[in-house]
Design a protein around this ligand. Structure first.
Ligand SMILES: [Zn+2]
Length: 146
């Protein structure tokens, strides 16, 4: 017996069993195979995804995740370093400093600091654009994120 993943003209995918590959060809030729969803007899073999849904595949995906995460972390670290080098740190005075600059009360300059979510929303509503800088995610703490 042989199992084929089949696909109809309407792109419905289904599985069917045949005694051998020529049995499939014969039945297909005689229009004996029909889609269980739409009864179409215009059937073809679906392209099969590599069947490696084993723990190895899961491991591969997990290590890809960790790779992505460490790439992300290194980008975030560079970004944070750049900000530290080029921007002035104003700490929790960030909302009032951002406002002062926005309304022209203070000289325009690049600043960074902390703002609560509600402060950030208020600033946004006043037309002050700010960017939240993500903290680097430690792969060691990754499990806690789940
Ligand atoms: Zn169909």
């Amino acid at each position: 017996m042989i199992k084929y993943n089949l696909i109809c003209f309407e792109e419905h995918e289904f599985e069917a069993w045949f005694s051998n590959s020529s049995d499939y060809e014969t039945q297909r030729g005689k229009l004996l195979i029909s889609c269980p969803y739409c009864s179409s007899t215009r059937i073809d073999k679906a392209i099969m995804a590599p069947n490696i849904s084993s723990s190895r595949k899961k491991e591969a995906i997990a290590s890809k995740d960790i790779q992505d995460l460490s790439n992300f972390n290194s980008v975030v670290r560079k970004l944070r370093q750049h900000i530290k080098d080029k921007f002035e740190y104003v700490g929790d005075k960030f909302p009032e400093e951002a406002r002062a600059i926005h309304y022209g009360e203070k000289e325009e300059r690049k600043i960074y600091g902390e703002a609560s979510l509600s402060d950030a929303k208020d600033l946004h509503n006043e037309g002050i654009t700010l960017t939240a800088i993500p903290k680097a995610v430690s792969p060691k703490n990754k499990k806690k994120l789940n």
